[in-house]
Write a new protein. Structure first.
Length: 171
C-alpha cells in the first residue's frame, strides 16, 4: 500500500473547472453569494480566497473578489459551462438569447445603452447595490452577463458617460 493511497482529497483537480450555475435573481455563482466570503472548506473556495480574480480555465467565468468577498461575476456566454438559474429554477439563456427574451424575463431595464452596434441592458437591484448587465456585442445575440456589487451605474461619472439621466439610486 502506497504511503498516500488512503489520503482523500476533497475535490479532485482532474474534474476540471467548476460548473457552477449563475442564479440571476439570488445573485449567486454556485455556492458563492455576491458579497459573501467563499467557503474555505472547498478547494475552489480556497483558490478564490487566494486571488483577487478567479478565472478557472475553460469555465467561461471570471469571479472577482474585493476584501475576500465575491464582488463580481463575468460570464462569457459561449464558453460558460454552468448554466443560468432564475430564483433557483433553470433559465434557458444562451448565445441565441435576444434583447426581447431578456426583457420578458426581467422586465424593463434601468438603462439601455445602444452604441457602436452593441446593446447593454443594465438592471439595478437593492437600490443600486447590485447590478446585472446583459451585453449583446453584435446588437442581437447575448455575449456576456455581468453580475456585480456597486456596478457601472452606481458611479455618477459612468452614468453620465452612458448618457443616463435617470435618478439615482433607482426606486
Amino acid at each position: 500500500m502506497a504511503l498516500f493511497s488512503s489520503f482523500k482529497r476533497e475535490e479532485p483537480m482532474d474534474e476540471g473547472p467548476p460548473k457552477w450555475p449563475l442564479d440571476l435573481v439570488r445573485f449567486r455563482i454556485g455556492p458563492h453569494g455576491l458579497g459573501e466570503t467563499p467557503d474555505s472548506g472547498s478547494l475552489w473556495g480556497r483558490l478564490m480566497q487566494a486571488h483577487a480574480v478567479c478565472r478557472p480555465e475553460g469555465a467561461g467565468v471570471e469571479i472577482g473578489l474585493v476584501d475576500g468577498r465575491v464582488d463580481s461575476v463575468f460570464v462569457e456566454v459561449d464558453d460558460f459551462k454552468g448554466g443560468f438559474l432564475r430564483d433557483g429554477e433553470s433559465c434557458e439563456l444562451g448565445p441565441r438569447s435576444t434583447v426581447g427574451e431578456i426583457q420578458q424575463l426581467f422586465g424593463e431595464p434601468y438603462w439601455t445603452d445602444r452604441s457602436d452596434g452593441e446593446v447593454i441592458l443594465f438592471y439595478e437591484f437593492r437600490r443600486g447595490a447590485v447590478e446585472l448587465q446583459f451585453e449583446f456585442p453584435d446588437g442581437e445575440r447575448l455575449g456576456f452577463v455581468t453580475l456585480s456589487r456597486d456596478g457601472v451605474m452606481s458611479d455618477a461619472a459612468q452614468r453620465a458617460a452612458y448618457g443616463c439621466d435617470l435618478p439615482w439610486p433607482p426606486a
